[in-house]
Design a protein around this ligand. Structure first.
Ligand code: ITT
Length: 204
C-alpha cells in the first residue's frame, strides 16, 4: 500500500484520520516514522503554516506526506483565535482539552465572549499534500456555535464548547465516528481521498 506521512505531533488528529474507513493509503504518523521534531508554525495564516509543516517533512524524508493546520474562527471576534488557536492563552500545546493550556484557551475564549449574542463560529482546516514533490491544497469547514460552558469529556482542544450545526451534542460528547459526520477534518480528508483516487486512476 502507498505510504503517506501525516506531519503532525497531535495524536488526536492521527486517531481521527485513521478512524476514517476506506482510505487506500497507509497513513503513518511522525511518531510511527521515527521522526521527533517540533515543526514550527511561524506564519499568520493556516495556509502558510500547513505548507511549512508538509515542506519540512518532505525535505527531511523525500516521502509523500501531508499536514494540516486548523483554526477555530469566531465571527464576533473577527476570526479569532484562528491561526492562534493552539496558543491563544499563551505558548504551549493544547492537544487534550484537559491539558492546562487547552483549558486556558477555552477559558480565555469564553471570557472574551461573555455577553456576546452572536455565537457563530467555524473550524477551518487547510491541508497541504506533497505528492511527488508538488504541493496541493484542500480546505474543510465545519460551522457551528460556541456554547457558554463546557459540555462533554471527549475529544480535544475546543471540542467541549463547540456545537456543530445540525448536531444535538458538542464534539466532546461524540465518539469519533459521530464527529466524522460533521467535522472539518473529515471533510478535508474526503477531498484528499478523492484527489488521490483520481490521480492514481490517471497514472494507471
Ligand atoms: P500539529 O501542528 O502538530 O498538527 P496542533 O495541535 O498544533 O498539531 P493545529 O495548529 O492545527 O495543530 O491546531 C490548533 C489548535 O486548534 C489545536 O491545538 C486545538 O486546540 C484546536 N483544534 C484543532 N482541531 C480541533 C478539533 O477538531 N477540535 C477541537 N479543537 C481543535
Amino acid at each position: 500500500m502507498h505510504k503517506l506521512i501525516f506531519a503532525t505531533n497531535n495524536q488526536h488528529k492521527v486517531d481521527e484520520i485513521k478512524s476514517i474507513p476506506g482510505i487506500n493509503y497507509e497513513i503513518i504518523s511522525l511518531k510511527e516514522a521515527g521522526i521527533n521534531i517540533d515543526i514550527p508554525e511561524p506564519y499568520n495564516t493556516l495556509e502558510e503554516n500547513a505548507t511549512e509543516k508538509s515542506s519540512v517533512i518532505y525535505k527531511l524524508t523525500g516521502m509523500d506526506c501531508f499536514s494540516e493546520d486548523t483554526g477555530l474562527e469566531v465571527e464576533a471576534l473577527n476570526g479569532e483565535p484562528g491561526v492562534k488557536s493552539s496558543r491563544y492563552a499563551g505558548e504551549g500545546k493544547s492537544f487534550v482539552h484537559k491539558d492546562s493550556i487547552g483549558e486556558k484557551n477555552i477559558e480565555k475564549l469564553l471570557f472574551k465572549m461573555q455577553g456576546i449574542e452572536n455565537r457563530n463560529a467555524q473550524f477551518r482546516t487547510v491541508l497541504s499534500l506533497m505528492l511527488n514533490g508538488t504541493e496541493y491544497k484542500f480546505e474543510g469547514i465545519c460551522k457551528g456555535i460556541i456554547l457558554a460552558y463546557n459540555k462533554g469529556e471527549g475529544g480535544f482542544g475546543y471540542d467541549p464548547i463547540f456545537l456543530p450545526l445540525g448536531a444535538q451534542r458538542t464534539f466532546a460528547e461524540m465518539d469519533m465516528e459521530e464527529k466524522n459526520r460533521f467535522s472539518h477534518r473529515k471533510k478535508v480528508m474526503d477531498k484528499l481521498v478523492d484527489f488521490l483516487h483520481n490521480s492514481t486512476e490517471k497514472n494507471k
